[in-house]
Design a protein around this ligand. Sequence first.
Ligand code: 5AD
Ligand code: SF4
Length: 466
Amino acid sequence: MNLPDLNKARIRTDKKVEFKNNSYNFPKAFEGKKFFLKTYGCQMNVHDSEEIRKYLELLGFSETKELTMADIVVLNTCAIRENAHDKVFGYLGRCKHLKHENPDLLICLGGCMSQEESVVNEIKNKHPYVDIIFGTHNINELPKLILEAKHKQDIEVYSIEGDVYENVLYSRDSKITAWVNIMYGCDKFCTYCIVPYTRGKQRSRKLSDILTEVEELKQNNYQEVTLLGQNVNAYGKDLEEPETFANLLEKVAQTGIPRVRFVTSHPWDFTSEMIDVIAKYDNIMPYIHLPIQSGSDRILKLMGRRYTKEEYLRLFNEIKEKIKNVSITTDIIVGFPNETEEDFLETLDIVKKCQFDGAFTFIYSPREGTPASLIKDNVSLKEKESRLARLNELVNQYSLANNRKLEGKLVPVLILGISEKDKNKLYGYTDTMKLVNVSGDKSLIGQIVNVKILAAKSFSLDGVSE
Ligand code: 5AD
Ligand code: SF4
């Protein structure tokens, strides 16, 4: 296994760390003990938690979904907006209370918040009951930290990323769909975004390593892989022998795995070649998440997004023309510092023009250390909230209208399991990534079946298997 070169990394703690875990032969020191793992944030964190879970299982822990039953709690945190912070600190309060009752409880904090110096300081000063703080670059050190835990706060966070390391083991959430990292970090440095600081610079995995992982998943009967990166279109640019995402996507499709997806795309690196590959292969799903962030050229420039509204529209239209039946979703931020009503109307305008299948909408949240956080803002929170509500109304209208177009149609759905809300129903996703609650037999779980859509809502569909 290639290990990260930690000598390259600046170690934030005063202790010199040697990387020792170069094998997976950890002692099963915690047999009979239980872990509780809570994940916040994006798919990258969800996938990192699959790695964390594997380490905990290798140490002998078994999972509990009840916080109060846990011998060890691991919080895998998100830093993208302030409310993500608030949630974690709220949850830490509950953990503190439990630790009072059970002083042997180990509390570990990992993920993007750990990469923020101010958060680490706050935990050091105000939350001494947190035993272990580990970062996004050294998840693989968690077993060592747990084995050596002394119930005295231990902080191991590297502020600079190491190399990509391979042969990572995962305890995956699903036996049907799998995440596959194709790259780590991001070099785009959008001015509002903390990700390049918490996840480091872009590091692509080698194409051959990715294909090996996909082949193995296919052999294990996985029906779907989602290629994962902060900005997948920039895949391969940083490799010694540069690669393109279009080529990777084509090679992954050629493995014959039934469904291939990818997230997230940045409009800047989205090439016509990529669109052609997606259009060519039936097993590359016709679904693209294409964050626009704003419809105002002035704001896009301030955000450092490197495209104009017109350029986004041109790309959007090319995708719609070439990829039959494609669905496109987006991310939008309202209330970027000093966003005017005119700027906001431009955002509403692009939503009207694109009629997105869905949109994740956010109020801008200043992140410490990012360039945008230094801009003095004259827009009130009340105004921002009102813009968000106006935007959501429009966005939901188009989601519903797009979903309604499927009523009465037969669509392919990968059935993933039993619906949480209605235990008599199954749930799954269409090729276009729409959630469907399906009436059908449990034996369909894990299969791609044709489903007749009976009714559409804004965020889901109801259907029956044919
Ligand atoms: N404030 C609000 N939203 C943000 N996002 C990223 N950074 C911020 C921020 N500081 C949103 C963007 C991105 C999504 C994952 O989160 O829309 O695409
Ligand atoms: Fe953040 Fe921009 Fe990178 Fe996306 S592309 S992770 S918004 S810096």
